[in-house]
Each structure stands twice: as structure tokens, then as C-alpha cells.
Design a protein around this ligand. Structure first.
Ligand code: SF4
Length: 409
């Protein structure tokens, strides 16, 4: 079995020219500039039409996968600034209860919000149970969008029974729209959904690293043609500051990007949002804004100007291609079937990103535990060589999985 240790891998990157990269920024928290913040205070987030539904939705959505019980003020401010697309899920800890408590306190705000929740399953009986629990928790009698959570195979998961259930619930008035979220095999999921003809919306991983592949462009075009509303998540694809710090060299591309954006008055994190909004097919961005600073920074970014220049888009593209072998694009159809045992490699890679780049170790651990209680043991003994050979990004899967085991053990 071919093994490469972390140091050798980093040396290899150095020889390949990527070793000259040392990210100068990478934190998810935006530190918005004061003038831009003040601008955001006075304005409301613009809206875009949600596919062919005719519903206008805020370009910036509030990600509710966080402890919201002590954050009613933040929710109130989000509404004031027009951040009225709220995304939660049956499995987001106490998020739905917290939203319910908020609506109990401010009942008039329910109608101002485009409320989204998700079910772990596409099985009709389980979706019914999930929806009823969510409605009860959130003290509502309907949600605006009901997603099946984390779909990776549309043909397998969105069955005829799922369609019948969605139509029935729409008639009952308990859901307005139906769709799914995906961060695995996204391009295939989007393309397959466009052929179904009954999906209203999709929330997909989408960022400056994912948006430029031909398959993603085609998938978005297919959805747009069918009038499916698209919401982007995972828009803050990292610069891998910590990994590249090991190399001890400079990341010229990241430095140029940062300098360029600061000159124009916004941060790299705001620029990453702008890069996504450049695509008019994206209705909204779902962002987990945990405090007022981040909320204001993202609201400011949603305002019309300044836009990204051609040079800035090129720098983003360049950085994405220079660091491609660090970023898992969720194309699990290549690597996972090659494994002798059942390991959800792309999901584990996502957990590594949460733990390593975003410093959200507990979140990563929770997701891993949901996969299976003995996942870390299984990861520790699995042979990832065949998966590595199949990975089109040439990701050093064994090394990265070792990182996961080390960080989360
Ligand atoms: S490890 Fe490679 S093949 Fe597997 S999902 Fe990630 S990028 Fe795709």
C-alpha cells in the first residue's frame, strides 16, 4: 500500500508550486468595514424571484443551525434588515424550538419570514412525522419550503411516493413548496431534479471553488430552465490557511485577493458571497450568521456595489485551481464505490473542513456520530488507496482522514 505522510505531502505540494501558498486570511467571521456596515444598517437585503414560483426571496438567508434561544435580538435585527429567508432542520439541535419561542414572542413576524425546514428522510410516513414535529416546535401551521435533507441520489431518494406526499401536503396547506438540500454529487442531483418536473427548489453547496466546472454550470442551467429556485450554501470555501502555514511560504494569490478587496472596501468573506451572487440563477445564499457583526457584514455584501472585477474573478479561479487537491467537491460517485468497506468519504471530508478550517469541532463530531457510533474506529483501519486513485482532484484522502481521526479522537 502506498502511503504518504503529512510532511511528505506538504513537500510534494511545495515542489508543485503550491508550496508558495500561505493563506493570509481564512476565518469565516467577516470583519466588515465601518462605512459598509453603516450602509447596511440603512438598507434592506435585495430580493430575487425563487425559480418559477413567483415568490420574491431575500438574497441572503439566515442559517439556523446554531443555538438561537439567546439570540432573539439577532433574529429581530435580521428581519429588520430584510434577511427573511430562514433555514432550519428537524435535526438542528434546538433550533426549531428557539424559532417557535421567537414566533410566540413576535407572532406578526411569522408572515414576514420565508421559513424552511428539512426532513432526514424522503419516506412519506417519516416526512409526515418530521413535518408535524417541526410545525409543533415552531408554533406554525405551515412552512414555506420543505426540503429532504442531504440528498445524494435523486433517483433513489425522490420517489413517486415522495412526489405524491409533497402534492398532498401542498393541498393541505402545510407546505408551500418542496425540494431538497445536497452537498454530495450535487451536479448529478441538480440535473436529475431538473428532469423530474415537480421540484420547486434546491439548496446546494456552491462557491468559488465549485461554480466553474462545466458540470455545475450545466446543472444550474438545467434547473434555471425548469424554474427550480436555487439556494447556495457552503459559500465560504476556505483558503486553507492552517494547512499552508505548515509550508512556511507565502500565498501570493490569497494576498493579492485580500489586498484587492480591502482596497475596494470589503473583505474576502464578503467577496466570496459576491462571487456567488454574480450568478443570477442563485436566488439566495444561506449563511450561518452567529452574531450582529457577521449579519451586518453579509447584509452589506448583498448591496449592489462594489461588484467583483474581472481580475478578482480570475484571482478566485486561480486560487481554486492552485489549491484544488485540498478541497473535496463532494463527487462521491468516484471515490466511495472503490472502498472495500462502507465509508462516506465526502461527508467525512466535510467534517474535516468544519473542524480544521472553521474550528467547529463539536459540529463535526455530531455529524460523524450520526453516521455511526464507531465511525472513527472504522476510519482508522480503512485502506483509502483505491479511493485516492479514483479521486479526480487527487486528494490525499488517507492523510486527510488521519487528520480527522487525530482531531476528533
Ligand atoms: S475525496 Fe475526491 S472523489 Fe471523493 S468526493 Fe472528495 S473530491 Fe470527490
Amino acid at each position: 500500500m502506498k502511503t504518504i505522510d503529512r510532511r511528505s505531502f506538504i513537500k510534494t505540494l511545495g515542489k508543485a508550486g503550491i508550496g508558495s501558498l500561505l493563506a493570509v486570511t481564512g476565518t469565516r467571521e467577516s470583519t466588515a468595514l465601518t462605512s459598509v456596515n453603516q450602509f447596511a444598517e440603512e438598507k434592506r437585503v435585495p430580493t430575487r424571484p425563487f425559480g418559477k414560483t413567483g415568490i420574491q426571496v431575500a438574497m441572503l438567508g439566515f442559517g439556523c443551525s446554531q443555538d438561537l434561544n439567546s439570540k432573539h435580538l439577532l433574529l429581530k435585527q435580521a428581519i429588520k434588515m430584510g434577511v427573511t429567508y430562514w433555514d432550519t432542520a428537524h435535526t438542528y439541535n434546538n433550533s426549531e424550538e428557539a424559532i417557535g419561542n421567537y414566533f410566540k414572542k413576535y407572532p406578526k413576524d411569522r408572515k414576514k419570514v420565508f421559513l424552511v425546514t428539512k426532513s432526514r428522510s424522503s419516506d412519506p410516513a417519516r416526512m409526515t412525522r418530521s413535518l408535524e414535529t417541526s410545525l409543533q416546535r415552531m408554533r406554525c401551521d405551515y412552512v414555506d419550503m420543505f426540503f429532504v435533507h442531504s440528498v445524494s441520489d435523486v433517483k433513489e431518494e425522490l420517489t413517486k411516493a415522495t412526489k405524491v406526499w409533497a402534492e398532498k401536503e401542498k393541498k393541505k396547506g402545510r407546505i408551500r413548496l418542496f425540494g431538497f438540500s445536497t452537498h454530495k454529487n450535487m451536479e448529478q442531483c441538480l440535473s436529475a431534479a431538473a428532469k423530474l418536473g415537480w421540484v420547486d427548489g434546491i439548496m446546494t453547496s456552491y462557491n468559488y471553488r465549485l461554480m466553474n466546472s462545466d458540470s455545475m454550470k450545466k446543472a444550474c442551467d438545467a434547473c434555471a430552465k425548469e424554474g427550480i429556485g436555487l439556494v447556495a450554501m457552503k459559500t465560504q470555501a476556505p483558503f486553507f490557511a492552517k494547512v499552508f502555514a505548515d509550508i512556511g511560504k507565502e500565498d501570493i494569490t490569497a494576498q493579492s485577493l485580500t489586498a484587492q478587496f480591502i482596497k475596494k472596501g470589503f473583505t474576502v468573506e464578503q467577496a466570496k458571497l459576491k462571487a456567488v451572487w454574480e450568478n443570477q440563477q442563485i436566488t439566495s445564499i444561506c449563511s450561518e450568521m452567529t452574531n450582529m457583526t457577521l449579519l451586518k457584514a453579509n447584509v452589506a455584501a448583498s448591496m449592489g456595489k462594489p461588484k467583483l472585477s474581472g481580475l478578482e474573478k480570475t484571482l478566485f479561479d486561480l486560487h481554486a485551481s492552485q489549491t484544488a487537491s485540498y478541497y473535496c467537491t463532494g463527487c462521491a460517485e468516484y471515490c466511495e464505490p472503490e472502498m472495500a468497506c462502507d465509508v462516506p468519504i465526502s461527508d467525512v471530508m466535510r467534517c474535516l473542513m468544519y473542524a480544521h478550517e472553521y474550528e467547529e469541532t463539536e459540529r463535526a463530531m455530531n455529524i460523524l456520530r450520526q453516521m455511526s457510533p464507531d465511525i472513527l474506529n472504522r476510519l482508522a483501519v480503512a485502506d483509502f488507496t483505491p479511493a485516492e486513485m479514483a479521486c479526480p482532484k487527487k486528494m490525499p484522502i488517507s492523510i486527510l482522514i488521519n487528520e480527522v481521526v487525530k482531531i476528533l479522537a
